[in-house]
Design a protein around this ligand. Structure first.
Ligand code: NAD
Ligand code: IPM
Ligand code: MN
Length: 350
């Protein structure tokens, strides 16, 4: 049976970049069934919910889901649980994709596109493993209310033993295929959930971390080190919130957030969710100038990790590098190409 790829373009530049990824997928692999669906604001507008049961059921029946981006000013006033972002969180939770892999590598052609000096980023290749279905994003109680005349807002940062163990194991497995080093970050100096994170990662390392060197760092120090000397890092393991922040920071080391893909994985044999690290970019949506590379490279990760198309993935990764070598640049990279032209350059290189 053909493997299924479900495209969920979403909002803003999501549909623009996913259209290019689709074009490339159709060119590159004939024996994959491609479907599309709605998520985020697009789904809310059509069905009154940012993720419908039907779309989640279709996602669960696919091998891979490729999502563009969700959100935008149009839905700012919408109730929180109906906001586009809630649809994305429900999709991650519904697929139980707890390990979010966010690679940050600097293509040789882009060493001068970073805001850091060339020698800081040349050869940079790091992998952030972000816990994706727990922590302060999902903890309860949470809310905005009033107690004794005092208005307040609060969230709960909470992790359980299995949640930390399973994502730490993914980080160790990935490190074994790389330089064998994992840096775990938290704020165990001020947070109980941070102290628990450090303890649990240490225990998981003793049991499952054979061949891997584990180190720890406070997340704020890591944020600083990432711009001081990013090449010291290989695999960074972080909770949901710190992983979110550090991966946006890492994105800029590589030149543009428009370059960075991600893969979110659950238990073996379950569907993977693939999405650019960037958002719906309302400031440039509809202009056809978004960089499609993050979406194209997310397709590359889907081909590699969920669709059993490693050769096609290798070819696609090489083609993106070649297009950049030949000077193809969208505006975020200091060039003039449109979204479509950038994808054309990748296709030409293919
Ligand atoms: P953003 O990533 O959408 O945009 C940040 C900046 O980067 C903007 O200047 C934008 O123009 C630029 N940018 C982003 N992607 C680009 C691309 N492919 N090519 C060129 N430039 C690009 O982040 P934001 O502005 O903080 O968020 C906008 C909306 O997106 C919000 O509603 C937010 O919640 C949502 N969001 C969604 C996701 C997701 O769907 N995975 C991720 C992040 C933010
Ligand atoms: C991301 C985004 C999301 C997150 C939002 C849109 C829910 O910032 O994918 O990095 O915070 O996880
Ligand atoms: Mn983010």
């Amino acid at each position: 049976m053909k493997k299924k790829l479900l495209l969920l373009p979403g909002d803003g530049i999501g549909p623009e970049v996913i259209a290019e990824a689709r074009r490339i997928a159709e060119l590159l692999v004939a024996d994959i069934e491609i479907e599309t669906g709605l998520v985020g604001g697009a789904s809310f507008d059509a069905h009154g919910a940012p993720l419908t049961d039907e779309t989640l059921a279709r996602a669960l029946k696919s091998e891979a889901v490729l999502l563009g981006a969700v959100g935008g000013p149009k839905w700012t006033g919408t109730a929180r649980d109906l906001r586009p972002e809630a649809g994305l969180l429900a999709l991650r939770k519904g697929l139980d994709v707890f390990a979010n892999l966010r690679p940050a590598f600097c293509f040789p052609a882009l060493v001068d596109a970073s805001s850091l000096k060339r020698e800081k980023v040349e050869g940079l290749d790091l992998m952030i493993v972000r816990e994706l279905t727990g922590g302060v994003y999902f903890g309860t109680p949470r809310g905005i209310d009033e107690v004794g005349g005092l208005r307040r807002g609060y969230d709960t940062a909470i992790y359980t033993h299995p949640e930390i163990e399973r994502v730490a194991r993914v980080a160790f497995d990935i490190a074994r295929g790389r330089s064998g080093r994992v840096l775990s970050v938290e704020k165990s100096n001020v947070m109980e959930s941070g102290l628990f994170w450090r303890q649990e990662v240490t225990l998981a390392h003793a049991e499952f971390g054979g061949g891997v060197a584990l180190a720890h760092m406070y997340a704020d120090a890591c944020a600083m080190e990432l711009v001081r000397a990013p090449k010291q890092f290989d695999v960074i393991l972080a909770d949901n919130l710190f992983g979110d922040l550090l991966s946006d920071e890492a994105a800029m080391l590589t030149g543009s957030i428009g370059m960075l893909p991600s893969a979110s994985l659950g238990a073996p044999g379950t569907p993977g969710l693939y999405e650019p690290v960037h958002g719906s970019a309302p400031d440039i949506a509809g202009q056809g100038i978004a960089n499609p590379c993050a979406a194209i490279l997310s397709l590359e990760m889907a081909l590699r990790w969920s669709l059993g198309k490693e050769k096609a993935a290798d070819a696609l990764l090489a083609a993106v590098g070649k297009a950049l070598d030949r000077g193809a640049r969208t505006r975020d990279l200091g060039g003039e190409l449109t979204t479509r032209q950038m994808a054309d350059a990748v296709i030409a290189a293919l």
